[in-house]
Design a protein around this ligand. Sequence first.
Ligand SMILES: Cc1cc2nc3c(=O)[nH]c(=O)nc-3n(C[C@H](O)[C@H](O)[C@H](O)COP(=O)(O)OP(=O)(O)OC[C@H]3O[C@@H](n4cnc5c(N)ncnc54)[C@H](O)[C@@H]3O)c2cc1C
Length: 354
Amino acid sequence: MSGAAIVGGGPAGAAAAIALARAGLRPRLLERDAVAQEKVCGEFLAEDAARGLAELGLDLVALGALPLRRAIFAAGRATAEIKLPFAAWSLPRARLDAALLEAAAAAGAWVEMGMAVAEAVPDGSGWALRLADGTALHAPALVLATGKHELRGLRRAAQGGALGLKLVLQGAAPDAAVTLLVCPGGYAGLQPRPDGGANLCAALDPHAAGVAAAARSAEAFVAHVAQGSELAARLLGAMRPAMARPLAVAGIPYGFLHRGDGPFRVGDQAAVIPSFCGDGVAMALRSGLRAAQALRAGVTAPAHHAAFAADIAGGMRIARGVSAAALRAPSVMIAGLRLFPGLAGLAARRTRLG
Ligand SMILES: Cc1cc2nc3c(=O)[nH]c(=O)nc-3n(C[C@H](O)[C@H](O)[C@H](O)COP(=O)(O)OP(=O)(O)OC[C@H]3O[C@@H](n4cnc5c(N)ncnc54)[C@H](O)[C@@H]3O)c2cc1C
């Protein structure tokens, strides 16, 4: 193999593949799923994601993304609504990821679907990869883009973590809005999808009461979110799950930021922005593009990780504070937003990529 190997075909891996392929290098992207899948994701994309996608030649509107203009917050009996201070969209992940992978192949990357990598170890002149089917490969450089999933021997140095659940619902969510619903152990985001129906996605403390049951059935998940606020009970009472059980991902290390050696880590393998703030897809695109630049320029992985961490550490710190405060005292946050609606815009701008 002459080009870099990219393990994982989410936004981060695909962005790196597009950028490397456009530079004339021929990366090999290995994705374990046979086709792009729905993922545990709120599917909320803002201007920073739109900018990253534009840099890669993709346009959210052309992909059929649905514009979102307002944010609604609910906890108990309290609600607040603000106008979003930036452009935002809703786009299903299966569609976004498929478009990015198509763009990577069109740019000249060697995109191989249905190829799970079991292990990658340094071999003196690069990396030795072993696929799940036993095939052995060598690559001069490795971009680790496995998202929330760890590769044997290359686990992130991250502790604990939240449980992410996602469910597609039939029925109407509030029009052109992302609705944030506080519930026991965390919060859920509800937003309409472009082709009808809605996406319900939650980040929860796995030890909170009722959360384990919520992960096992769609009805239990909906009931769990519904008990957090009057608004959630009313909205979700009029909707029906389109899946038997939610998609789930455990151990999400919010606040994780990689610094150090190893392969070029991108996306959730490089940083996981706390819930409530920023959007992970924008960060994944940015990190994929930056890793490709670093590889082309001969920058080492530790130097690249240090530069990327310096770029986003400030926003991550603010995001951690905002997220913790909002989850500790949601009613206070909602009262504050009613009095000073500009606060949410300020916090959102300070935690997003410039
Ligand atoms: C509850 C929750 C809500 C979220 N809401 C939003 C939101 O509203 N907006 C937003 O922008 N972000 C959101 N995020 C964050 C966002 O989903 C991630 O930051 C983003 O998906 C990271 O992209 P990635 O490319 O790093 O990883 P992923 O999108 O997870 O892609 C990783 C890919 O690697 C593949 N893979 C894994 N292991 C292997 C292997 N061994 N071999 C080959 N392939 C492999 C997987 O199949 C997958 O396709 C949310 C996250 C959570 C948990």
